[in-house]
Design a protein. Sequence first.
Lengths: 112, 115
Amino acid sequence: AQSVTQLGSHVSVSEGALVLLRCNYSSSVPPYLFWYVQYPNQGLQLLLKYTTGATLVKGINGFEAEFKKSETSFHLTKPSAHMSDAAEYFCAVSEIAQKLVFGQGTRLTINP
Amino acid sequence: DAGVIQSPRHEVTEMGQEVTLRCKPISGHDYLFWYRQTMMRGLELLIYFNNNVPIDDSGMPEDRFSAKMPNASFSTLKIQPSEPRDSAVYFCASSLWAGTYNEQFFGPGTRLTVL
């Protein structure tokens, strides 16, 4: 069965610092991978997705993620954190394309 | 273009009462999903529909929960009778099948509190 593990339920970085949110997945077939962001009291919004092709994918708000099959990872990065990036981030995997399995989420805090 | 619409945004009820949550998907989308989010269990898929037909309800916690989609523009999730442990944020999401994967668009959620 597919599953997602997000390392660190809470990550705190300084404004301007590198953001790195870790995601590892378990899948028996090449997966489709997604990162979603949830701002307080809002629904989830898609940041970026990997389906096929280039393993480095770029998303909205300056985020990007790299699919590494050998490491079964799909870590999310942003070179320079902004205060507006404070939110909860969810990694998700889909083998059967209609269904998504979400990780537990990582709450990102930005320190001024 | 309007996104996924959910109502009510907040619901407070007493244990034993019936609760109905409503969702209007994005026009033209052919998949609809219901999720529940809690601190303890995270984000869980409850049920999803394709072209108004329930495809997988294996995530529905028990018989107290039921979901319907009478037409392409409306779905309900009903809890009867409600219990305090049902307190959570319930999200509806919709998507359009792209041939290989679904990009799901989420509504703002309904925060349910059962006293």
